[in-house]
Every structure is written in C-alpha cells, then in structure tokens.
Design a protein around this ligand. Structure first.
Ligand SMILES: Nc1ncnc2c1ncn2[C@@H]1O[C@H](COP(=O)(O)OP(=O)(O)OP(=O)(O)O)[C@@H](O)[C@H]1O
Ligand SMILES: [Mg+2]
Length: 339
C-alpha cells in the first residue's frame, strides 16, 4: 500500500511517501532556526511556518517519489496525518492538507497518534518487531514506558510527572547559555567532560514507573548559583554530569520494567533517543540482559513523516480504512488509546 503521510505536530513540516515499510521519499523542513532565539517552539510562529511550507514539502516528497499530481490518484492509496497530540495550530495545517488531498483524490484518510509514530519508528530500518515489547519514548514532550501487547494494544506503565527528558535538556542548555535545542549541544559538550564531576540526583521514584526531571533541572540551577561557570572544562563537566543523570535514570527504569514484565524486546523512539550516551547505555544493558534492542537511526529519532507512514500502515492492516469523523479531528492533548 502506498501512503502519503504528513507530520506537523510541532516544529517540523514533514511529508513521506511509503510503500508498506519501504520509504520511497521523505522530506523534513525544520523550523529550528526560527525558534532558537526563543529557546523553545513559539506556537503561533510554528503554525505560520507550517502554512508557508506545507505545499512545497508535499511537492518535494512527491517529486522525489516520481509522482505528479496527475498520477497521484493511480499511485497513492491512502493519506495519513498526525492527528495529535501537538500544537493545535500546527496540527490543523497538516490535517487540512491531508483532508484536502483525500477529498480531491478520493483517498481514505488514516489518522495517526504522534507517539505511535515514535513507538514504531525503529521498524523503518529493522523491519516489524512483533509484540510484546517495551516501548521507550523519550522526546521533547514525553518520557514514557509503554508495554505494546499487540499493535494498538497498549499499557502505559509510566510517564513523566513534570518535564520530559528533552524538555529538561532544552531548559538546562538555556541555563548554561547554550543554544536551542539543548539536547544535541549538551550531548556534544558532555563527550569532553567528566560525568562524575557533579553528583546530580537520579530521580528513580521508587515503586513507580513514572519519571520526574524537574528536580535535576532545579539541582542544576542551584548548583550554578553556588558555582558560576568558569570556563569550557567546567561547562563540559556540568553537561557530562547532567547527561549522565538523565541517561542512567531512563535506562535503569526501562530495563527494570522490561525484566519485571518479562519482556525480551525493547523498541525506542523520540528525539532524545539520538543521545549518544543513552544509546550506549541501552545497547550495553540489552546485551547484559540478553534482550533485543531496536532503535531508529538519528534521522528517524526526531519528528518525521516516515514514522507516521509506518504507524498508518500497521493501523490500516489491523483496523481497515474506516475511521469515524471524531477520530479525524486534530486534538492537541490526544491520549494514546487502543485500536
Ligand atoms: N542528542 C540528543 N540528546 C538529547 N536530547 C536530544 C538529542 N537530540 C535531540 N534531542 C531532544 O529531542 C527533543 C525533540 O524531540 P522530538 O522532536 O521527538 O520532540 P517533540 O516532537 O517536540 O515532542 P513529542 O514527540 O513528545 O511531541 C528536543 O527536546 C531535543 O533537545
Ligand atoms: Mg515528536
């Protein structure tokens, strides 16, 4: 099945043409340069940029897949789009574009939950991972452990009670005078620092699978008040210690959960999954615990329409192509529900 997928939940305008699991073309237009001066995504600017970009991005993805608007009808079988969660105005742009293509070319629409995209993003390069497995979502807005009992059958074990891991990296970078987004910059500086230099807390939240990263952020703020930055080495040590704390917390809890629920496979997704230490820790722990680990490559960690196409493919395979009108309405706080 050939699917044209659209992702516009936050600050990436992305369109993909996929055939089952095969990515024919993918175009991602990032708005990082637009938002970096504000150290975060400004919703109104994001919506406007999506409106400006969407037609161009659709055209680029179609061109790369050698599909014209004239051959659209014969070459594309369905249109999918991120229906939520995300920024309201940003979601609306993608939904409207998808609905327009669906209406004009009379193609069915497949709504996709953004987190389901991240959850299945590792399938793009690894092939389908058969459930059950533990889904580990580490992104800008989510940090979650999800048992995937079957495709579309989920048990949410734990989620962050305050900041997501990516959000903590972004806020820490701002405190340290670094650029946005903070995750990649801190990751790079951390590689030159000492992870044991500063003992930031590991918020394990005993007896719960939830996460909480706002405490580490406050710990960093308090540390900086007492110890103002004094040069590059000091900055590298802070980045290394901060990254160590977040990475150890996520990996420890994820593997404890996998062991407790006797899950032998872990599939990761989300922008923070690009973190070099998190990747290394998960790889080491997977080997030690004899578990199979599936991670997307860096291209597919952050927001992209290819992961939406994969989730749409799995969804239509199981659910068919008929969705109620309410399921097609963009929803900023959409909850992950079973199919
Ligand atoms: N190497 C890295 N180390 C740590 N964090 C990173 C790295 N690369 C990117 N990130 C973080 O990933 C986040 C963006 O990820 P993503 O695009 O998946 O989030 P989002 O779509 O905004 O949120 P959500 O998916 O929860 O709606 C940012 O917070 C960014 O700092
Ligand atoms: Mg995302």
């Amino acid at each position: 099945m050939n699917i044209l997928s659209i992702e516009t939940s936050c600050d990436e305008t992305s369109v993909c043409i996929s055939n089952d699991l095969d990515i024919k073309s993918l175009f991602i237009s990032s708005q990082i340069a637009l938002h970096s001066q504000y150290f975060g995504v400004v919703p109104e600017l994001a919506s406007r940029a999506h409106i400006e970009n969407i037609n161009f991005v659709i055209k680029q993805a179609l061109d790369k897949a050698k599909i014209s608007f004239d051959s659209f009808s014969s070459k594309i079988d369905a249109v999918s789009f991120t229906v939520g969660p995300g920024l309201a105005g940003a979601l609306l742009v993608g939904a409207l574009a998808a609905k327009t293509l669906s209406f004009v070319y009379k193609k069915p629409l497949i709504p996709v939950h953004h987190i389901e995209g991240h959850l299945y993003s590792s399938f793009i390069e690894n092939g389908i991972v058969n459930p059950p497995f533990l889904g580990v979502i580490v992104s800008g807005g989510h940090t979650e452990l999800i048992i995937v009992e079957d495709f579309g059958k989920y048990t949410l074990l734990g989620a962050t009670r305050d900041d997501a891991a990516g959000e903590a990296f972004d806020k820490a970078a701002k405190m340290l005078g670094l650029s946005y987004p903070g995750g990649p910059v801190i990751d790079k500086k951390a590689q030159k620092g000492n992870p044991d230099a500063i003992a930031f807390t590991r918020p394990y939240l005993k007896d719960s699978w939830d996460f909480s990263f706002s405490g580490i952020k406050t710990a960093l703020l308090n540390y900086l008040k007492k110890n103002p930055l004094k040069g590059e080495n000091h900055l590298n040590d802070i980045c290394a210690s901060f990254r160590q704390s977040i990475s150890e917390t996520i990996s420890f809890k994820a593997f404890e959960a996998a062991k407790k629920y006797n899950l032998k496979k872990i599939a990761m997704g989300g922008g923070v999954c690009a973190n070099s230490l998190i990747r290394k820790m998960f790889e080491t722990l997977a080997k030690k615990n004899k578990m199979k680990l599936y991670m997307p490559s860096l291209l597919y960690c952050g927001d992209n329409a290819a992961m939406i196409g994969i989730a749409a493919y799995l969804k239509q395979k199981k659910y068919g192509l008929k969705f109620g009108e309410t399921q097609l309405k963009p929803s900023p706080s959409l909850i992950l529900e079973n199919w």
